[in-house]
Ligand binder design. Structure first.
Ligand code: ATP
Ligand code: MG
Length: 386
């Protein structure tokens, strides 16, 4: 087969001495993502080539490659002998019959008889001669026919460049614990940190029996969609009903949501420490709801002692978050109408500008809360999502 997929990495090219480490993570991610499909992967000097796959596997390979963080783009290409006739034949084969185009040659092999400019012109004329509806546009063409004449005697010819997921390979930026609700924002937040190379585990608080099995399955589904990008993740489920009951029984109703959030942060830090995660991640967006005002965020933040809390969607409008949710495939699941633990015992008037002092006073009214949080953490349920 003379058809291959040329893969290009993104930001890895900025890495100096550590480049090969990032490259090996990227290769591992590609292999993980393409598991079960037939292919050979070769890597030579910042170039990754997928070959030896049957033509009907190309679409599946491309669909999966789009989920690999660290890949900037990829191109279906022909690999051919470095002769004028062979290159010309492939250029004619891949070039659409109409539209504007240009030819761009990269001649790494200086033994090739004519230089890049000459080959561009030669191929351009051949293409124009064959397809009468084609026009040359060197500035802003509809497509570019690329010819890459390599030093090993072979050449690549391609016209299509498909954007990859971008970012950095999974595993290159430590481990984070994502507070994963069933909503729209937190899966997007997890996606964004994973895109930067972070291995992401999910942490979900449920209020069984107030919340049901369907609500949990929805979160499992969201984790499964995310795991399509990360190559697997762990989902940790913590029972929070008892804590909610106690908050409900003892605290001022207007502080219920704030206190619940504070307890979530405390529990999340304990879980993160036990699992070796070095950051928490949540889906807060500034001012989106009462519990996400700057005052609320400052209060909940105060309950995390030693970890950074990443909020990658903090500056996004809801609509912008929704667009990403659509793109990554979580939106339709996120909008399924199952109850979340935050909708259990919902107060009428939650405080929008809580003061830490008052929150601490309210928290102190709840007997044995530390022990309850510890108990929830000790009763965690671990699900491996593949
Ligand atoms: P989302 O769409 O992520 O649910 P939201 O707008 O509904 O966001 P909130 O309910 O205020 O926001 O939650 C803010 C953040 O707190 C969520 O993005 C998530 O990270 C975390 N969170 C909320 N509820 C839970 C839960 N039951 N389990 C785990 N994390 C949660
Ligand atoms: Mg929510």
């Amino acid at each position: 087969m003379d058809k291959v997929l040329l893969l290009r990495h993104g930001e890895i090219h900025l890495k100096g001495k550590n480049k090969s480490y990032f490259e090996s993570l990227l290769i591992a991610a590609i292999r993980r993502q393409l598991k079960g499909l037939p292919f050979t992967l070769t890597h030579k000097r910042s170039r990754y080539i997928l070959s030896d796959y049957p033509p009907d596997a190309e679409t599946a390979l491309i669909a999966r490659l789009k989920k690999v963080f660290g890949l900037h783009s990829f191109s279906p290409a022909y690999i051919t002998a470095s002769t004028l006739t062979a290159i010309q034949e492939k250029a004619l084969e891949i070039c659409p019959a109409s539209g504007t185009f240009r030819v761009k040659t990269n001649r790494a092999d200086k033994r090739f008889p004519i230089n890049s400019m000459e080959l561009n012109r030669y191929l351009g004329e051949k293409l124009l001669g064959t397809h009468k509806a084609l026009k040359v546009d060197l500035e802003n063409p509809d497509f570019t026919v690329h010819v890459d004449i390599r030093e090993d005697g072979g050449s690549f010819v391609y016209a299509q460049t498909i954007p990859g997921a971008g970012g950095m390979p999974i595993g290159s930026a430590g481990r984070g614990l994502l507070l994963l609700s069933g909503g729209i924002d937190s899966p997007v937040a997890g996606y964004m940190m994973a895109k930067r190379g972070m291995t992401v585990d999910g942490l979900h608080f449920h209020s069984y029996p107030y919340t049901g099995e369907m609500a949990k399955q929805k979160v499992v589904k969201l984790a499964a969609i995310l795991s399509g990008y990360t190559g697997g993740m762990q989902l940790i489920c913590l029972p929070f009903a008892k804590i909610q009951e106690e908050i409900h029984r003892y605290a001022d109703p207007s502080y219920m949501i704030t206190l619940l959030r504070c307890c979530m942060m405390e529990a999340a830090e304990l879980v993160a420490k036990r699992r070796g995660a070095s950051a928490l991640i949540n889906g807060e967006s500034l001012g989106q709801v009462a519990s996400q005002t700057i005052e609320s965020i400052n209060v909940t933040q105060a309950f995390v002692k030693n970890l950074p809390v990443f909020r990658p969607v903090i500056g996004f409008d809801k609509q912008e978050i929704i667009e990403i949710a659509h793109k990554i495939g979580t939106y339709q699941t996120s909008i399924l109408p199952y109850e979340d633990c935050c909708t259990v015992f919902l107060p009428d008037n939650p405080v929008t500008r809580p003061r830490l002092e008052n929150v601490l006073n309210e928290r102190a009214k709840i007997p044995g809360l530390d022990a309850l949080i510890l108990e929830a953490v000790n009763n965690l349920e671990l699900l491996k999502i593949v």
